[in-house]
Write a new protein. Structure first.
Lengths: 183, 377
């Protein structure tokens, strides 16, 4: 049986007001966010359901949901919310909380983000081809986008030997410092 | 005027190098002096802001700090970079506490006040549609396009300065200024799924297919975008989308800069059209040829019309002269008022011309309506 948790609801609400400048209590469940969400068909809870779950304190369920991971940050929900709630901002903040709290999350979006940041921390600028190979190995999908390799190579769009940008060391330090602070 | 700080971003170095090159070419042709941000690094889009807020703002602010070395104006052609840099500009400039926190994780502090532009915004503010229209050399009136803004050029309008979240207009205005046939559609800002193109393909494929379908319905032959990520999805991944969903789209996707450049007289090679997966060259060549044909046809029609008008005037003058002579010779006392004569000649000339061409004219016909019937048949 699912029990509502007033304490969790209150602390998450405060966190979201502070970080996303959005109050989940403003949501009156009209469903506009869900109607316009282009990736909702892959979600386990619809965006308006996530809002309701946050209101009643089902925080752990939300943080471990597919919905938070597969939100593509297109900002459609934010633009269309009649209560002017920055819903995409709430989802963005939930993603960051899941990273900081080391929540075990489904799907490969978080892996994608982590490896992307590892890459720029080392090279300063994203080295696209190398990053893609590393992601595919981590996600155990070695042939992912392999069909794009040849056309991109023949059109001169692949960086074969990654180069380190001049500001790379500073980017590495920024990543280390902020991630330590986040923990 | 100091140079504008130009931020290419990671995608424009390789996978979207044609966007970088054509943007620089266009800016130069429009007399906008740009200089690359010294030692720029990745802005952190989209992973950083989904990982940690301070990380995202620090990665973006580092580039604003570097830009401040050369300018107080900054432009990123990539909407994803633009959105992150603009976000940092707004938050860091408004919040001294955040600025201090961001500065504490960077090697050197950012103390400047750099304004961030996106590409359509910059072109409209610094040059304007009238000047751009004046530079058009090639007629693109037969190039039917839909402008595709994607998520981050229009939304949220408080940040981008666009007129509306759902119906932004900057690209429309620019494309109309260079004479393209801009089709209206309701999918200008519908997401193409780029940010999950790699980790979650099905989202990207469904959204991309929907956009292609709607572009066809709108009557467009090509989609115009100003985003390297949207371009990659719609163009490079169009074959993947087709094979995954059993569709058969073959729609070229052009960059805004390429369409503007072509209109301003740059060649297909200079606009690097060969870089795209769906080759846009046949379409562009066809549209330009059609426009030239149409123009020649119009010129021919106008010349015909002028010749006919001349013939008609000559004929009328001759007939009026003859009538006047006849009436003067026959009876001076019973002569009709002189003004009636040309009217009578005109009234009788029109029905005659439809059936049998007048001897003085090549194609005959003095009535414009009769002309149209002939041209149509």
């Amino acid at each position: 049986m699912i029990r509502y948790n007033a304490a969790d609801a209150a602390s998450m609400r405060e966190k979201l007001i502070e970080r996303a400048k959005a109050d989940v209590a403003d949501c009156y469940q009209c469903g506009n966010c869900t109607a316009g969400c282009p990736s909702a068909f892959t979600f386990d809870y619809m965006p308006n359901q996530v809002m309701r779950m946050l209101q009643v304190g089902l925080v752990d369920e939300v943080l471990a949901s597919k919905s938070v991971q597969l939100c593509i940050q297109c900002l459609t929900c934010t633009a269309r919310c009649p209560r002017n709630i920055d819903i995409a901002g709430i989802f963005e903040t939930l993603k960051t909380i899941a990273v900081a709290d080391e929540v075990k999350v489904p799907e490969h979006a978080a892996t994608f983000n982590r490896l992307f940041i590892d890459n720029i921390a080392k090279y300063g600028r994203l080295t696209e081809a190398m990053f893609l190979v590393r992601f595919n190995l981590a996600a155990m999908k070695p042939m992912n986008d392999a069909d794009l390799g040849m056309p991109m190579l023949s059109k001169g769009k692949l960086e074969i030997v990654p180069k380190k940008a001049k500001g790379a060391d500073e980017v590495g330090r920024i990543v280390r410092k902020t991630m330590e602070k986040a923990k | 005027m100091t140079a504008l700080a130009y931020y290419p971003g990671c995608s424009l170095r390789h996978s979207a190098e044609e966007f970088d090159s054509t943007t620089r070419t266009l800016l130069k042709a429009l007399d906008i002096d740009v200089q690359e941000v010294p030692d720029w690094t990745c802005c952190g889009a989209s992973p950083a802001h989904m990982t940690d807020h301070l990380l995202a703002q620090a990665l973006s602010t580092r580039n604003l700090r570097q830009a401040a070395l050369i300018s107080d104006e900054f432009m990123a052609p990539c909407p994803a970079c633009y959105q992150r840099e603009k976000n940092a500009e707004i938050e860091v400039h408004a919040d001294d506490e955040l600025r201090a926190e961001v500065n504490s994780v960077m090697d050197k502090p950012y103390t400047g006040n750099v304004r961030v532009y996106n590409l359509p915004e910059l072109l409209l503010e610094k040059v304007g549609p009238e000047v751009i229209a004046g530079l058009v050399k090639v007629d693109l009136s037969q190039l039917k396009v839909v402008p595709y803004y994607g998520c981050l050029l229009g939304r949220p309008s408080e940040l981008t300065g666009e007129c509306d979240n759902e119906q932004p207009m900057r690209m429309d205005v620019l494309l109309e200024a260079v004479g393209a046939d801009v089709k209206w559609w309701n999918f200008k800002t519908e997401c193409c799924g780029a940010s999950v193109g790699v980790p979650k393909k099905i989202i990207q494929q469904r959204l991309t297919a929907k956009l292609l379908e709607q572009a066809v319905h709108a009557g467009a032959d090509a989609i115009v975008t100003a985003c390297p990520l949207c371009h990659q999805n719609l163009d490079m991944r169009q074959a993947q989308t087709n094979s995954a969903l059993g569709t058969n789209y073959n729609m070229p996707v052009l960059y805004l800069t390429q369409v503007m450049g072509l209109a301003m007289g740059f060649t297909a090679d200079e606009m690097m059209l060969e870089k795209h997966a769906i080759d846009p060259r046949p379409l562009v060549e066809k549209a330009i040829a059609e426009a030239a044909e149409l123009k020649a046809e119009e010129a021919r029609k106008a010349a015909d019309k002028a010749a006919k008008a001349k013939a008609k005037a000559e004929k009328e003058a001759a007939e009026a002269g003859a009538t006047a002579e006849r009436s003067a010779a026959e009876s001076a006392a019973e002569a009709p008022p002189a003004a009636e004569a040309p009217q009578a000649a005109e009234a009788s000339a029109a029905p005659v011309a439809v059936e049998t061409p007048a001897p003085t004219s090549d194609t005959g016909g003095t009535d414009p309506a009769a002309n149209d019937t002939e041209a149509a048949s």
